[in-house]
Ligand binder design. Sequence first.
Ligand code: UDP
Ligand code: MG
Length: 328
Amino acid sequence: MASDKQPVLTMVVPCYNEQEVLPETIKRLTLVLNDLIRKDLICKQSRILFVDDGSRDATWQLIEDHNKTNNFVTGLKLSKNAGHQNALLAGLMKAKMISDCVISIDADLQDDLNVIKEFISQYKDGYDIVYGVRKSRTTDTFFKRFSAQGFYKLLNTMGVNVIYNHADYRLMSKRVLDHLSEFKETNLFLRGLIPLVGFKSTEVYYDRNERFAGESKYPLKKMLAFAFDGITSFSVTPIRLISGIGLLMFASSLLIGIYVIMNKLLGYTVTGWSSLMISIWFIGGIHLVALGLIGEYVGKIYKEVKGRPKYIIETDLQHTQQNQTVKQ
Ligand code: UDP
Ligand code: MG
C-alpha cells in the first residue's frame, strides 16, 4: 500500500499545439505514476501538471476533459504563447507549491519514461537535481544533431556551464525550485540557470525516441533565437570579441602605416592615398576598441540588472531554518 511518507512528485509538461500526442502522453504518464505509487516510491498526491502554452488547437480542451476523469491530471493555461522556457517555468513555480520534487518533460514522448524510477531513486539518495542525458541522437535528423552539438560546444567555449546532451528532462527538488525563483531574469535559459543553483546533482542516461506524433514546435527560427538567448544571457564573450578585433585592427594600422610610408618614400603612390589608408585603419581600430570598452560597461550593467543571488546557503548549523539565500 502507498504511504504518505513518500515524496509528492509533480510531472510538469509544457504543451503547445500537442493535440495529436496528448492522449497518449496522459495514458503513459498515468501508468508510470500508478506504478510508482503501487511500489510505494512516491506519494499518491502526485500529479501531472500540463501547461498549455497558448495552443490554438484542442490541447486545453483535452487537458480539461482528462482532468474530470483522471485524478492525476491537472493543468495551467497561459493567456498566450509565452514560449517553451516560460511555460516550463510557470509549471515549475506552480508545482513547487504542491510537491517535494518535480520532473520536467516534453509532451511528445521523446524522453524515455522508464528512467523516471531512476530519477526518484537518485532523489532519495540525496540528489537535488537529476539531469536526464541523451546517450545517442540517432533518432534526430543530421541537421539537428549537427546544430545541437555545435551549440553545446559554442556555449562551453564561451564559458557557459551546460550539461552536454541534456535538454529539459530533469528532476529538481523543491528547494532547488525555491532558489530558482530568485533568479529574476526575463530571458530564460533554464539549462544554463539550473546548474548555477548548485546542490548535489547527478546524471541519468537514456535513449531518445522519435516524436510520438505531431511536428516539432521548434522550427529553425525559434531554435536560433533560443541559441542566441542562451549565449547572450550567460556570456559577455561576444562583447570582448569586439575589443579583440579592434586591437587587431589597431595593430594592423601600425604595420599598414609602415607599408604606406615606404610606398610614399619610394614614390609609388597617388596623392592622398597614404593619409587615407592610415586614417581608415587607425580610426577604425580606435572605434572598435572604444566600442568594446563601452561594451565592457554594458556587460557589467547586464550582470547587475539580472540581480542573481551571489550565493546560496545549503545548511546553516546555527539556525534551524535552512536554505536561506543571502543577498548582499
Ligand atoms: N513548447 C511550448 N511552447 C512553445 C514551443 C514548444 O510549450 O512555444 C513545448 C512543446 O509542446 C513540447 C516541448 O515544448 O512539449 C518541446 O518542444 P518540441 O518537442 O517541439 O521541440 P524539439 O524536441 O523538436 O526540440
Ligand atoms: Mg520534442
